[in-house]
Design a protein around this ligand. Structure first.
Ligand code: TRP
Ligand code: CA
Ligand code: ZN
Length: 320
């Protein structure tokens, strides 16, 4: 505890420092003992949404420099991998780029391990990094990719020492049918697959007319996200727009518990949903879904911020 100035409002006008010096007052230890309900996870830090937006700006530039997209088999995809990998390497992650082939083109998954923790219980968080051919893919799925990156960088800034091992991943060729994540899961030896205690997926988390959808696959993971949004007084709904339409399906099919967040794609927001979340009823959650206008303009910053902070909260809580 730091006492920068004597506290004059204390017992009989004596200072705290004076009472400590005379042995009349015992200061509490700096770290409190765990309470009766056991040790609790340290609170996750706030994820700076400006940093997430900065990554989106870089992904947009990468698309512009490479024919307007970041799609599987196109140069903008590999440039996206190089950008994310560079940030992780500089932050102390052990990274590996895993190649596969899809539709005659080489694809890449990027996997980043945070050294430490019990590798027998590995918590994974991931996002697909590829766009469709028709645009830069900033909401789908620069948003999830940038938020997972910034969460990983926060783990490094805080030098987190989780009980579980942490692994972050960016998948290729999701838009070809979950190809990268399926390749990763199917390539793992059985012994390694059984060490993955959970997989968290983030695909489209900054939709411009956002909803707040939580996957309802694993109840324990779902509760972590629902409780977080309840604490913000933001209503959530179960994700129903695309069962099996993102990379968590690859893990689910292998019997691994999964969870995740989603702010909506091509489906229209109902009047009831607009009432609880704001935005425009009768309009798509993302009117630029899979089109050329999925740029940095196509992001709701509040949704991006809340979901980024929720990712960090879940990673901290579920790895403790
Ligand atoms: N990646 C999906 C796609 O391109 C987007 C999507 C649609 C999605 N529905 C979803 C992602 C539900 C997560 C959950 O089609
Ligand atoms: Ca934040
Ligand atoms: Zn998509």
């Amino acid at each position: 505890m730091k006492l920068s100035a004597p506290i004059r409002t204390s017992i009989l006008g004596a200072t705290v420092a004076g009472l400590v010096a005379t042995g009349l007052l015992v200061m509490p230890a700096a770290t409190a003992a765990p309470t009766s309900d056991g040790p609790s996870a340290a609170a996750a830090p706030d994820i700076p949404v400006a940093s997430v937006q900065a990554h989106l700006g870089e992904l947009q530039k990468i698309a512009e420099a490479n024919g307007g997209n970041r799609a599987h088999g196109e140069p903008g995809y590999k440039a996206s991998i190089d950008y994310i990998k560079g940030k992780l390497d500089a932050a102390g992650f052990t990274t590996s780029v895993k190649e596969f082939t899809s539709g005659g083109a080489t694809g890449y998954n990027l996997v980043a391990d945070w050294p430490g923790g019990d590798e027998g219980q590995t918590l994974m968080a991931g996002a697909h990094l590829d766009s469709v051919d028709s645009g830069p893919g900033i909401n789908d799925n620069g948003s999830g990719s940038a938020a997972v990156l910034e969460t990983a960088l926060a783990v490094s800034r805080e030098q987190l020492k989780p009980a579980k091992h942490l692994r972050f991943a960016w998948w290729g060729a999701e838009e070809q049918g979950l190809v990268g994540s399926r390749n990763y899961v199917n390539s793992l030896p059985d012994a390694d697959r059984s060490k993955i205690s959970g997989y968290l997926n983030f695909d489209m988390i900054g939709s411009p007319n956002p909803g707040y959808f939580v996957y309802d696959d694993d109840p324990a993971i779902e509760k972590v996200f629902k409780d977080y949004f309840a604490g913000l007084n933001v209503a959530t709904e179960i994700e129903t727009e695309g069962d099996g339409r993102s990379d968590h399906a690859s893990f689910l099919d292998a019997g691994i518990p999964v969870g995740g967040l989603f702010t909506g794609a091509g489906r229209a927001k109902s009047a009831e949903q607009a009432q609880k979340w704001g935005g425009t009823a009768g309009e798509s959650f993302d009117k630029c879904y899979h089109s050329s206008c999925d740029t940095t303009e196509n992001i709701d910053e509040t949704a991006l911020d809340r979901n980024s902070d929720a990712i960090a909260h879940a990673v901290w809580q579920l790895s403790s």
